[in-house]
Design a protein around this ligand. Structure first.
Ligand SMILES: [Zn+2]
Length: 317
């Protein structure tokens, strides 16, 4: 069994102050909003807080992006129009810590596979080597996995159940040397393009392939990103009912649980957030993520937490 709490890589600097949000999305403040939600619901005791990690350096961002793009962002406040987030010094600082949170979560998980690591991050999967896109400033997951590969020689897989296709890893394949060794070309970027029961069947099929890659020692760690925007009442996507959405969490954590029993070894697991867009009721987004985390705690960490998902039907188009 994994340890009983989620080792959580969070510090306030990885989040913009929610009062300073101006654009469409609350993503830049999501790490803080989620941690506050967990606290309001009396769940913080299940999260072992690690708030002492340094930010990513300028050189780290060059791993997955052109120098021009990175320098324009940090020195001139220049972003791609399709980022759809207004640049501020606070936002620029937060993205350094958001990527760092994921990197340190993976780094810790591969060294301590008996602990599930949690990074309340996830605005990464639409960025590409030359520009930010769709609320994602940089490819934090590519940077994190490349650093972990160079340090430990390990290869990862991302189970990306956000409502949108995560293009970032695929778009980095020609730009980042050795990325195929750091993120599996077969199972490194699992995305499901389907709805309802077909979605669930496709997830099961993908997990079968991933199982083989883990058993064959090709994939050494798993990052699970259950975006809340794959829920049917989200504003920007709609694939799964609440029950189906939670079933996907159950499938992934049971998959890890069973594989650990079968192989008699701990599989490093890192949980992150990804998208979720509800201007009418952001609590619905936070509640779905919380349900995912509680499912993880109950299946993998021996907890028996009774948390009720609070998702309201969408009020606006
Ligand atoms: Zn999304």
């Amino acid at each position: 069994m994994k340890d009983q709490r989620l080792h959580t890589f969070y510090q306030p600097k990885m989040s913009v102050n929610p009062d300073n949000l101006t654009g469409y999305t609350q993503n830049p403040a999501k790490p803080r909003l989620l941690m506050e939600y967990l606290e309001r619901n009396g769940l913080l005791e299940f999260f072992l807080l690690d708030d002492n990690f340094p930010p990513m350096s300028r050189e780290d961002f060059y791993i997955a992006h052109t120098k021009e793009m990175v320098d324009n962002f940090f020195d001139k406040g220049k972003t791609s129009k399709i980022l759809h987030i207004k640049w501020t010094p606070e936002y620029a600082e937060s993205v350094k810590y958001e990527s760092a949170s994921l990197y340190h979560a993976i780094r810790h998980a591969v060294q301590h596979p008996e602990e599930v690591c949690f990074s309340p991050s996830g605005a990464f999967h639409h960025a590409n080597p030359t520009r930010s896109a769709l609320f994602c400033a940089f490819s934090g997951q590519v940077i994190a996995s490349m650093k972990v590969y160079h340090e430990f020689g390990l290869c990862g897989s991302y189970i990306d159940l956000d409502g949108h296709y995560g293009n970032s890893i695929d778009n980095s394949r020609d730009f980042v040397p050795d990325i195929d060794k750091a993120i599996s070309p077969i199972c490194g970027n699992i995305n499901i393009i389907a709805r309802h029961q077909v979605y669930i069947e496709e997830l099961k099929a993908n997990l079968k392939t991933l199982r083989n890659e883990i058993i064959e020692d090709i994939v050494h760690y798993v990052v699970f990103c259950h975006g809340a925007d794959s829920h049917e009442w989200d504003e920007l996507a709609s694939q799964l009912s609440t029950e189906e959405w939670v079933e996907c969490s159950r499938l992934v954590y049971t998959f890890i649980h069973d594989l650990q029993n079968e192989t008699h070894k701990q599989i490093p697991l890192i949980v992150i957030l990804c998208g979720g867009y509800r201007r009418d009721d952001y609590n619905s987004v936070l509640s779905l993520h919380t349900t995912d985390l509680v499912t993880c705690l109950n299946i993998l960490c021996g907890q028996d937490i009774n948390y009720k998902t609070e998702v309201l039907p969408r009020m606006i188009k």
